[in-house]
Design a protein around this ligand. Structure first.
Ligand SMILES: [Zn+2]
Length: 150
């Protein structure tokens, strides 16, 4: 009975150790679907850990595991879950920052584009200078009422 439990635990530990390695190899070797982001991958791995925790709980409730073994395996899974959770929170934050920056950049580009024609209209001859200039390309007058491009 004791050796059966030992084998079970050994197998469980082996699977626990091998699974991320296998997952990584599989991801690198084969064709990934386009929508598999690092974030989605982290979530998937977290789900696997939760499944393992549920299985562990079930086995413990069924009397297949001794309390110390259950406890140490559970701590392993929880540690893994915490690591994955921290990693995906980080990834989530980066994604949000990227989104904010993209929005800012797009807004700035849009406003710059909107402003350009009026910004470089010559006050003297009315020529619309196509690029940022200090002096009119048509008559050479200084273009003064130009808002700064910040
Ligand atoms: Zn001019």
């Amino acid at each position: 009975m004791y050796s059966a439990i030992a084998v079970l635990i050994a197998l469980g530990m082996a699977a626990f150790v091998a699974m991320p390695l296998l997952a990584r190899e599989g991801a690198a070797a084969s064709t990934l679907p386009v929508d598999v982001t690092p974030l989605a991958d982290l979530k998937r791995r977290r789900l696997v850990v939760y499944e393992n925790l549920k299985d562990l709980e079930f086995e413990y409730q069924a009397g297949k595991l001794a309390a110390p073994d259950y406890e140490s395996l559970r701590q392993n899974y929880l540690g893994e879950a915490a690591t994955l959770m921290a990693a995906s929170q980080e990834a989530e934050q980066l994604k949000e920052i990227d989104a904010v920056l993209e929005h800012e950049i797009a807004a700035r580009r849009a406003s710059r584009k909107d402003r350009l024609p009026q910004d470089y209209v010559c006050p003297k001859c009315g020529f619309e200078n196509p690029v940022p200039v200090k002096f009119c390309g048509e008559c050479g007058a200084r273009i003064t009422d130009r808002p700064s491009l910040t």
